[in-house]
Design a protein around this ligand. Structure first.
Ligand SMILES: C[S@@+](CC[C@H](N)C(=O)[O-])C[C@H]1O[C@@H](n2cnc3c(N)ncnc32)[C@H](O)[C@@H]1O
Length: 195
């Protein structure tokens, strides 16, 4: 499904980074693990700030576009095609993890998120924005599956080893290419791994 979606010349989520990430990028240190990197807009932005980026996604087509975007901006990112359902990042290695619109079923999150917490160095930061359950009734983007949509309670439960610096549900306008456009309900989370 994702390879089909990405098999067009345009960047379907745009080539500009996610705004929540832009607002908080100053908190990040490298290396940065980018979950579900897609076509590269977020990883390329972070690389342009001088951060080392490891972008993981299941779509080889998406990641080929990510590499093309990196080349066009004169930066380098490391990309890896992998299924996040079985992905095991190196422990105690990353300064930061980003998860932008990385909507995953709970059965995958339950396996992945403990590895995400484990892969951060103590004090490392996770930045996550996802559509919330309130988005289900909107037609402005995101999966039509409640299980893949987030809430503050899900975040608190699924990241027990990160102290929330920011955790909120809000409505905001999203203009990110063809598929994310309009007023949207999102969960935003910045967490710091406990020492
Ligand atoms: C909505 S796109 C977001 C892409 C990117 N984070 C962005 O903000 O532009 C969701 C991405 O999740 C990836 N994805 C979904 N399920 C996955 C899985 N199980 N393993 C790896 N990647 C997955 C898709 O390939 C797709 O690139």
């Amino acid at each position: 499904m994702w390879n089909e979606r990405y098999a067009v010349d345009e960047y379907v989520y745009g080539s500009e980074p996610n705004l929540f990430l832009v607002e908080h990028a100053g908190m990040l240190s490298g290396p940065v693990l980018s979950l579900a990197e897609g076509e590269g807009r977020n990883g390329v932005f972070l690389a342009s700030l001088g951060l080392k980026v490891h972008g993981v996604d299941g779509s080889d087509v998406g990641l080929a576009k990510a590499q093309a975007l990196a080349r066009s901006k004169g930066v380098e990112i490391q990309t890896e095609v992998a299924d996040l359902g079985v992905f095991e990042p190196e422990a105690n290695h990353y300064g930061s993890v980003i998860s932008i619109s990385a909507h995953l079923p709970s059965v995958i999150r339950q396996k992945l998120y403990p590895f995400v917490e484990r892969c951060l160095k103590p004090g490392g930061i996770i930045v996550l924005e996802a559509y919330s359950e309130a988005q289900l009734i909107r037609n402005t983007g995101g999966p039509k599956d409640l299980d893949m949509l987030m809430t503050k309670a899900k975040i608190e439960r699924e990241f027990p080893n990160c102290d929330p610096i920011l955790l909120r549900e809000l409505e905001r306008e999203i203009c990110e290419g063809t598929y994310h456009t309009g007023i949207a309900s999102v969960v935003q989370f910045i967490g710091r791994k406990k020492a």
